[in-house]
Design a protein around this ligand. Structure first.
Ligand SMILES: O=C(O)[C@@H](CO)OP(=O)(O)O
Length: 261
């Protein structure tokens, strides 16, 4: 097999306080839980074990991803690695569902409706109103965004349209240079990039659940096409999670079951 041109590693943030509370989170800026801190450190240990040395890292404007990145880099003794932050890597905006308990929302609206809001490709949840405590438009960290760029709600299709310009402008050029790149992001912003990278269809993407704090490694050829690797989990066919396979699978299953009543 030919040698990879570049290495791309994704890492969803470690468990957050609202993952523990089982609330829809989106752009709300919650901290890591103590388990999330541990997951981030374990991810850093896996980087070391795997011999991954990062040339550049990308993360969102949300502290659960930023802290996960810092903790993992600290554990891997790579805190010198340059970090670029972009709001475009933020989690999908969850609209009026932000702050609601996932199971209570199922009881109120039914499992089918909530699954559509959570995982359909092109049907967004109801929008936030600008007077909501969760409206991000008044937060200083988004002051450079145009009004039209501050979402009131997003489906995965909207997230793809917001994430891909950053993928093309920043991440792709680094990969073309053959760099080893780390992207510390969120379940749905990762889903947006992975859909594009692996060419996953709109029908299949709802079945992709991403465990917290678990590195996912891609080897790319010169055309930035993912190269086949052993040990991929369906529906991913090219990306390989680091760590114990049974633990990774159980963690992905737990994300799926967050709305089971
Ligand atoms: O609440 C959220 O923002 C996301 C990720 O935690 O949840 P879900 O997996 O339900 O899309």
């Amino acid at each position: 097999m030919s040698t990879p041109h570049a290495t791309l590693v994704f890492m969803r943030h470690g468990e957050s306080e609202w993952n523990v509370a089982n609330k829809f989170t989106g752009w709300h800026d919650v901290d890591l839980s103590s388990k999330g801190i541990m997951e981030a450190k374990i991810a850093g240990g896996l980087f070391k074990q795997e011999g991954l040395a990062f040339d550049i890292c990308y993360t969102s404007y949300l502290k659960r991803a930023i802290k996960t990145l810092h903790l993992a880099l600290e554990e891997a003794d790579q805190m010198y690695a340059p970090v670029v932050k972009s709001w475009r890597l933020n989690e999908r905006m969850y609209g009026a569902l932000t702050g609601l308990d996932k199971k209570e929302t199922v009881v109120k609206h039914g499992a089918e409706q909530v699954q559509v809001w959570r995982r359909s490709f092109d049907i967004p949840p109801p929008p936030l109103t600008k007077d909501s405590e969760y409206f991000p438009g008044n937060e200083r960290k988004y002051k450079d965004l145009k009004e039209s760029e501050v979402p009131l709600t997003e489906c995965l299709k909207d997230t793809v349209e917001r994430v891909l310009p950053f993928w093309e402008s920043d991440i792709v050029p680094a990969l073309k240079e053959g760099k080893t790149v780390l992207v510390a992001a969120h379940g749905n912003s990762m889903r947006a990039i992975l859909k594009h990278l692996e060419g996953i269809s709109e029908e299949v993407i709802p079945g992709l659940e991403i465990p917290t704090g678990t590195p996912l490694v891609y080897k790319l050829d010169k055309d930035l096409k993912p190269m086949p690797q052993e040990g991929c989990f369906e529906p991913l066919t090219m990306g390989r999670y680091l760590g114990d396979a049974a633990t990774v699978q159980a963690a992905a299953e737990a994300v799926k079951n967050q709305t089971k009543v």
